[in-house]
Write a protein that binds this ligand. Structure first.
Ligand SMILES: NC(=O)c1ccc[n+]([C@@H]2O[C@H](COP(=O)([O-])OP(=O)(O)OC[C@H]3O[C@@H](n4cnc5c(N)ncnc54)[C@H](OP(=O)(O)O)[C@@H]3O)[C@@H](O)[C@H]2O)c1
Length: 249
């Protein structure tokens, strides 16, 4: 399929995991892809992996100043966007009693404030009919211990998909959320848990997934592309949960 021929798509956090899988899928379907991330070596590796003339730009998704800088960098290249996958995000888990203010600020800056102002800065670059897909999480719907800050940040994104759709629809753009359950990516090594706790957590999570396994980044990417393509033009301000049944069964 070439649903994205002659289109340009931005994937924030496109150097790893779900973002990288989505970037490759967009490129394989004809899109020119722009990816962002902070680690320049990871960006260069991903750029080569995606191929198809992908553009990699170093950018911190947690900075409002850098949000504007990214918009300017795209404008300088005469780039207009047909789709944006707001995917970059951090997951730091800690017991409620131990959460420091810095964990709250880091999480909300990268997961909510940065994305909010990134979408604002990119709005003038959106082509008519553009689609914005935001990466949420089923943690927004479940009461998983130690996830309070992360879960709240993802719940905020689900709200934003509705309000921003209401404001952007007159400009011909729509916003939706894909909410993954547990997906095998490098994210789990970044949770801030020691290896014994991480292993126990992974086993406990796996036991709660009705299909009996973690999902793959590619399984997420297919829903991201669906929400970005014209075929989903009637899906507006919605959320699609991709979690092997974890939050529904
Ligand atoms: N894996 C799961 O089970 C799961 C479940 C639910 C939701 N999600 C969501 O899926 C999204 C992607 O996660 P993943 O699992 O694919 O993790 P990942 O493999 O760790 O990838 C995260 C990507 O985001 C980038 N990133 C992180 N913070 C950034 C920042 N401040 N500025 C720019 N880029 C940043 C990373 O690059 P740099 O580190 O180089 O910046 C990397 O490219 C996140 O929003 C996460 O919350 C994941």
């Amino acid at each position: 399929m070439t649903r994205f021929a002659n289109q340009t798509v931005l994937v924030t956090g496109g150097s790893s995991g779900i973002g990288l899988a989505a970037a490759k899928a967009y490129a394989n379907e004809g899109a020119r892809v722009v990816i962002t991330g902070r680690d320049e070596q990871a960006l260069a590796r991903a750029q080569a992996d995606i191929g198809h003339g992908a553009i990699a730009l170093r950018n911190d998704a947690g900075s409002v100043e850098e949000a504007q800088r990214l918009a300017t960098a795209l404008q300088d290249r005469d780039i207009q966007l047909d789709a944006i996958f707001i995917n970059a995000g951090v997951a730091k888990f800690a017991p409620f009693a131990d959460v420091p203010e810095s964990l709250w600020d880091d999480t909300f800056n990268a997961n909510v404030k940065g994305p909010y102002f990134q979408i604002q800065a990119l709005t003038p670059l959106l082509r008519a009919g553009a689609a914005i897909v935001i990466n949420g999480s089923i943690n927004a719907h479940t009461g998983m211990p130690n996830s309070s800050v992360y879960a709240a940040s993802k719940a905020a994104l689900i709200s934003l998909a509705k309000t921003l759709s209401a404001e952007l629809l007159p400009r011909g753009a729509r916003v939706n959320v894909v909410s993954p359950g547990p997906i095998t990516t490098p994210l789990y090594g970044k949770l801030g848990l020691d290896s014994a706790t991480l292993e126990a957590t992974a086993a406990a999570i796996q036991g709660q997934i009705p299909v009996g396994r973690f999902g793959t980044p590619e399984e997420l990417a297919s829903t991201v592309l669906h929400l970005s393509a014209k075929e989903s033009a009637f899906i507006v301000g919605s959320e699609i949960i991709v979690d092997g049944g974890m939050s529904n069964l």
